[in-house]
Design a protein around this ligand. Structure first.
Ligand SMILES: [Zn+2]
Length: 202
């Protein structure tokens, strides 16, 4: 086992998002709305986000569709034509807090036109925690950051917020509520997430 692997301290990733238009409930709680530097809808990170969203579209099954009604339509809306940046609603950027993997909602912390934002330096792309080389970023307490399963779980979770999926709660700053939402995704979309482990890097 590698030296990193022997370290039992695991940083649980705060995958969090905001219920669509629900951020008004969250602006007074900690942590504050995340700060995002260098928001972008292009580059290799954007291509990985598209690959993950396209994977979700292609592998959506009945159980996951019941868990996240409207998720496939939301994916098409987020991606738009992947060309016109004014129509694309998903992007990425450097988060001030790398323990956040992604969020849904826009309170002015990113430019207009960004509805879902993925952290360049968070669990979607990496399991490395800046300044904590012996710790991992874990997604849903199960997947190392940067793995296909982590990517799919993160975006399914955010799609749950974007579509106000049944049982989903606004989990801004609440570890318990984040876990609650992750449990819905991990149960209802387990086949989609599992199948992500069988394909090349998203
Ligand atoms: Zn969330």
């Amino acid at each position: 086992m590698s030296r990193r692997g022997t370290i039992k301290v695991v940083l649980a990733t705060l995958v969090f998002g905001l219920a669509k238009l629900g951020y008004a409930d969250a602006v007074h709680v900690n942590p504050p709305i995340p700060e995002v530097e260098a928001p972008s809808k292009t580059g290799p990170q954007q291509q990985s986000i598209y690959a993950t969203l396209d994977f979700i579209l292609a592998h959506m099954d009945a159980q996951c569709a019941v868990t996240l009604p409207g998720a496939s339509d939301m994916v098409r809306a987020l991606e738009a034509d992947k060309q016109n940046e004014q129509m694309i609603l998903v992007g990425h950027g450097v988060f001030a807090d790398p323990l956040l993997a992604a969020f849904t909602g826009n309170s002015g912390n990113v430019p207009p036109g960004y509805m879902m934002v993925v952290a360049d330096n968070g669990g979607f792309f990496t399991d490395v925690v800046p300044g904590h080389p012996k710790n991992f970023l874990m997604i849903a307490n199960e997947f190392h950051g940067g793995t296909n399963q982590a990517k799919v779980e993160i975006l399914l979770h955010e799609l749950g917020h974007a579509t106000n999926a049944p049982g989903f709660v606004s989990d801004f700053g609440s570890r318990e509520k984040i876990d609650h939402n992750n449990a819905l995704v991990m149960t209802g979309c387990k086949n989609v997430i599992k199948s992500a482990g069988k394909v090349g890097t998203l």
